[in-house]
Write a protein that binds this ligand. Structure first.
Ligand code: ADP
Ligand code: ZN
Length: 818
């Protein structure tokens, strides 16, 4: 039975802590449980990660675990291992990683309150002082005699001397004071509310009911589980009186129950039949199923052009895995963007699916997580953090659009869900399946080398790939004499498309009305004082906003520098483009999708549904539009300013541009009519554009991989970015210098090809952000080495030297170097 336990405590420190286990807890404590532990003066939720023996810990006095918060492990043991790997590889505090595994708001914390024992109280109130006490102990008793109880912190504040903790202990030993633990219950937990359930078959009784009751019945599944009454009324746009009349008629049951707060996407849907697989789909399903049945860990890639029918393959394989009594995880970049996809999965596996994504309320997330943990759902569809879903017996993970940067978390813990998924599959001998039309260079590289790359070069039913036309905007400029936003070629295509009653998508990767406001008289640019960028003008609110820190100000009428009245707007954004398109196509029903227009909950979803139902003709927006949608009636895609990403000082900018263009082009012509794409650019000869025009991934890869090899970038070398940020410029660069110096010293000790290469410090491309100056140090090292190998010793040295800055951010395998 374990006497000592290692605990991850979420306090931002890169190590775990040892505690002693009181005898009464020794029989029940297990890895994966949450416990309440004293930390400093607080009581915090910690996570049991392992059981070291005395020899490993050394003979130090350990504090004791206070309480077990879970009767059994809250997460599977394999997931504990995964989390520890994440902490090591990404050089992240283990406590932070574990906290990320649990739904927000479920942490328990506590306080210790100190009070006199009855014996001491009687003495003191009778005017007597216990004999033989030190002055410090005497003082503490004096303070407590005036209060009923105090927290340790309050008591320390009132004492003139230090070491309060130790004095409390000696007073406890003398039975003069007592310590009481007050536990604050978590904010998020299970909930009881009114639920509604259809009795019998809704279809036959729907006739003859008033409209509101009919809608409500339609929203419920025949003989289904109860759903939240409020939610049912909301979905069906019905009223509580309609619900009551249905209850009186005996058609529904309304009762309080422990309810699932169910996200809308899980609302009952038609049971969808699966499609008949095409021969190439069948071949892939068989091959990958072969891998799954081998029961050895494996990862593979489906490189299938847009519209090649990858989704159906994923669903078939998930079905096979469930059929064998195992569980599966399906990760997508952003659920809000693919409501149709989640609806499809839900309908294919009724009652078995749980969703996990950031658009859900904390209560909904908690309930979904709780269901997964109890084994009530066997398929989880989710975004990045769902990779930590507590599924047991997990044997299959699908990651769609694997190259998407939203799989990378860029705050601590900075993990990439793709790599975490691979760890999980290695631990449980499962299969990781990645899918994309434009895989990341890294993924394509290993998949062709390992022979686990499956190609799907054709669309389902041999639908043609769209024809892509690149418009050279410098010529357009010469021809029309002024900078146009929408070329004549795109304008013509748009008009033809609308006349034919088809749908179009226009992409511009810049939101707002204008990127920059500039004074024509003195050249002053309205820049964010905290970040090194210009502020974006938003016409609707008549405000300037910094897209990096969110700072806002009212748009000025005159220049704040020279008072000049001539303000110029440059760099068209989606808001302005939308206005232009409305002028150009007055009859078209147009909607805009970007982070501004979709701020209100539900707008994104409803707009996508309206577009899918062809209640809208044209969508204009940012890269949100490029992701994974399947709208069969879209025949035209226009890209305005296709090169906006190319000028970013990042070695992945060509890859990103190629991916974005190929993805968005892939939205065209997925139905019966062939698709057309118009790409506008000032750099039409750039290779990213050229290969995107030909939809030639292999060609792009061949060229890009040479560049990566030559420059020593991933996949040939791994990268670690260390960002030092501080409001004081000198402090930021001083600290960065010392970090770089320490790393270089360590690197010099490593021989040969494994020697890391330390670059910098240098100013980060975004030199100032949110009022902080930012310096960066880059480390190039053998791929897959992770952070701990080189950083551990250096950071310990730096800690000893008390090197500091407002923020030191470590990103292992960063996706963006801004
Ligand atoms: P991808 O994810 O590869 O871009 P999708 O999975 O969205 O492609 O499939 C594209 C379209 O082809 C979808 O409308 C889908 O319903 C359809 N489809 C897929 N498989 C089949 C099939 N076997 N028979 C008929 N249609 C199919
Ligand atoms: Zn800013």
């Amino acid at each position: 039975m374990p006497e000592i336990v290692d605990i991850a405590v979420p306090v931002g420190v890169r190590k775990t802590f040892s505690y002693s286990v009181p005898p009464e807890l020794r029989e029940s404590i297990l890895a994966g449980m949450r416990v309440l532990v004293p930390f400093g003066r607080k009581l915090l939720t910690g996570y049991v990660v392992g059981f070291p023996d005395r020899a490993q810990v050394g003979h130090v006095k350990l504090r004791a675990v206070r309480e077990l918060l879970d009767p059994e492990p809250a997460i599977p043991a394999a997931l504990v291992e995964t989390a520890l790997w994440v902490a090591r590889y990404y050089f992240a505090p283990p406590g932070e990683v574990f906290r990320a595994l649990f739904p927000a708001g479920t942490q328990v914390s506590g306080e210790r309150r100190i009070a006199l024992t009855p014996k001491a109280a009687t003495l003191l109130h009778g005017g007597l002082r216990p004999a033989g006490l030190r002055p410090q102990e005497d003082a503490i008793l004096g303070i407590l005699a005036q209060e009923s109880s105090l927290t340790v912190k309050q008591l320390a504040g009132r004492c003139k001397h230090g070491g309060v903790e130790a004095w409390i202990e000696s007073l406890v030993a003398a039975q003069l004071v007592q310590v009481e633990t007050l536990v604050q219950q978590p904010k998020v937990k299970t909930k009881e509310q009114l639920g509604i359930r259809l009795l019998g078959d809704g279809a036959e009784l729907a006739d003859g009911l008033p409209a509101a009751q009919k809608r409500l019945v339609a929203a419920l599944t025949p003989d289904g589980a109860p759903i939240l009454l409020q939610e049912a009324l909301r979905i069906s746009n019905s009223t509580s009186s309609a619900a009551r009349s249905l209850q009186q008629k005996g058609f529904v049951e309304i009762a309080p129950s422990q309810l699932q707060r169910t996200p809308v996407e899980l609302a009952p849907a038609q049971n969808a039949a699966s499609l008949v697989l095409t021969p190439s789909q069948k071949e892939l399903v068989d091959s990958i199923l072969g891998l799954i049945l081998k029961q050895k860990s494996a990862r593979c890639l489906i490189h299938g052009v847009t519209g090649s029918g990858k989704t159906e393959i994923y669903l078939r394989l998930i079905a096979e895995v469930l059929h064998r009594g195992c569980t599966a995880l399906f990760l997508v970049p952003e659920i809000g963007l693919t409501p149709l996809l989640s609806r499809l999965v839900v309908s294919r596996f009724p009652g078995q699916v749980s969703l996990l994504h950031s658009g859900m309320s904390p209560g909904e997330r908690f309930d979904q997580w709780d269901r997964i943990r109890k084994g009530e759902s066997t398929v989880v569809v989710g975004t990045r953090s769902a990779v930590f879903a507590p599924l047991r017996n997990l044997r299959f993970i699908v990651i769609d659009e694997e190259q998407d940067s939203s799989y990378k978390q860029d705050e601590s813990p900075c993990y990439n869900a793709r790599e975490v998924a691979w760890q999980r599959m290695q631990q449980s001998e499962g299969v990781l399946l990645l899918g994309s039309a434009t895989p990341s260079i890294e993924t394509f590289h290993w998949s062709i080398r390992s022979g686990n790359c499956f190609h799907m070069p054709e669309r389902v039913e041999a639908k043609p790939m769209p024809r892509v036309n690149i418009v050279d905007m410098t010529r357009e400029f010469q021809r029309h004499g002024k900078r146009t936003v929408i070329s004549s070629a795109l304008q013509e295509e748009l008009q033809i498309c609308m006349e034919r009653g088809e749908q179009a998508i226009v992409l511009l990767n810049r939101r707002g009305y204008a990127r920059t406001m500039l004074c024509r008289s003195c050249g002053h640019v309205f820049a964010c004082p905290d970040c090194s960028v210009s502020m974006t003008y938003h016409q609707q609110e008549d405000r300037l906003t910094c897209h990096y820190c969110g700072r806002e100000r009212t748009a000025p009428d005159v220049c704040s520098e020279c008072g000049g009245p001539y303000i110029h707007y440059s760099g068209v954004g989606t808001e302005q483009l939308e206005a232009m398109l409305r002028m150009m196509l007055p009859k078209a029903r147009i909607a805009r999708l970007d982070r501004d227009s979709t701020r209100r909950r539900g707008v994104l979803r409803s707009t996508l549904f309206s577009f899918a139902e062809h209640k809208l003709d044209l969508l204009v927006g940012t890269q949100m539009l490029a992701k994974g949608h399947d709208f069969p009636n879209v025949t035209l895609v226009g890209v305005v300013a296709a090169d906006s990403g190319l000028s970013f000082p990042d070695f992945r900018s060509a890859e990103r541009t190629f991916q974005l263009l190929t993805q968005v082009a892939g939205r065209a012509g997925r139905g019966t009519s062939p698709g057309r794409v118009v790409i506008q650019s000032y750099y039409p000869d750039n290779y990213a554009l050229q290969y995107a025009q030909r939809q030639d991934y292999q060609g792009f890869y061949n060229r890009e991989i040479e560049f990566r090899k030559l420059m020593g970038y991933p996949p040939f070398r791994g990268l670690i970015q260390i960002l030092v940020a501080d409001p004081d410029h000198a402090k930021a660069s001083g600290t960065a210098e010392r970090i770089a110096g320490a790393l270089k010293l360590h690197a010099a000790k490593i021989e040969g090809q494994f020697r890391p290469h330390v670059l910098g410090p240098a100013a980060a491309p975004m030199e100032k952000l949110r009022g902080n100056y930012r310096m960066q140090v880059l480390v190039k090292l053998p791929p897959g080495s992770g952070g701990i190998s080189i950083l551990q010793d250096c950071f310990e040295d730096l800690d000893r030297q008390k090197v500091s800055a407002a923020k030191i951010h470590v990103d292992v395998d960063p996706l963006s170097l801004l």
